[in-house]
Ligand binder design. Structure first.
Ligand code: MN
Length: 228
């Protein structure tokens, strides 16, 4: 059998302290997972069921490459988030066993065309044009859980041009990592290579061309990119 067209390259992330690379399958994202962010977006921070959307693996930008300001939007926002990378998949994963499925962690930006997302929300339409556009997921490499454990607390922040815009603590997540994995595994069969972007703390806001974004999560790492 031969390919009818040249197959697209698989997206991968680097792994700290190793020459191995991590192949990405799906990119699940959790919405409104920090109470202060839910409030700033005009929602009730009560613990309602988590909800999910997807970005595409091809949206990932690595190695500190530029984030090109996307077309069709004049309201692009930053959302700094930690990223969970799965080593093992499954269905109906129990909360108690969920962390055994984790390969490691990274940090990424869920860049959002907020104006388009807002329009889609109003019209009850899907969010892809607001969330899953090209280059919408600048991301760090991964660190192995075998090296750092499973951080469930610690500072997470984003600076824009050296000024802190978002600041929180990973312990403020409404849905914890094991709960997210368990919940997702009831909705989808998870597989090695799946990433989960875990939601953003408060302080989201617009970016402009020329801005330098610098994100940090304690014990996990940093991500940096420039809006081009
Ligand atoms: Mn997000």
């Amino acid at each position: 059998m031969r390919y009818a067209i040249t197959p697209p390259d698989r997206v991968h992330l680097s792994v700290r302290g190793s020459d191995e690379i991590y192949p990405v399958r799906r990119v699940y994202c959790v919405g409104r997972n920090y109470a202060a962010h839910a409030i700033e977006m005009g929602h009730d921070p009560d613990r309602e069921d988590p909800f999910f959307f997807l970005k595409c693996p091809e949206n990932i930008v690595t190695g500190g490459a530029d984030f090109p300001y996307p077309t069709c939007s004049s309201g692009v926002h930053h959302e700094i988030e930690t990223v969970v990378a799965l080593a093992h998949g499954g269905r109906d994963i129990a909360v108690e066993n969920a962390l055994e499925h984790v390969f490691g962690y990274g940090i990424g930006l869920d860049m959002t065309r907020r104006d388009l997302q807002g329009e889609m929300k109003k019209q009850g339409r899907p969010w892809e044009i607001g969330k899953a556009f090209d280059h919408s997921a600048p991301m760090s490499g991964l660190v192995r859980a075998s090296e750092i454990g499973h951080p469930d607390a610690g500072a997470i922040w984003l600076k824009v041009n050296g000024e802190v815009r978002q600041s929180g603590d990973m312990n403020q997540m409404i849905w914890k990592v094991p709960e997210m994995i368990a919940c997702l595994s009831r909705l989808f069969e998870l597989a090695p290579g799946d990433l989960i972007m875990t939601g953003t703390p408060s302080g989201v806001g617009p970016v402009s061309r020329g801005d330098v974004l610098h994100g940090f999560a304690e014990g996990i790492g940093e991500v940096q990119c420039k809006v081009a």
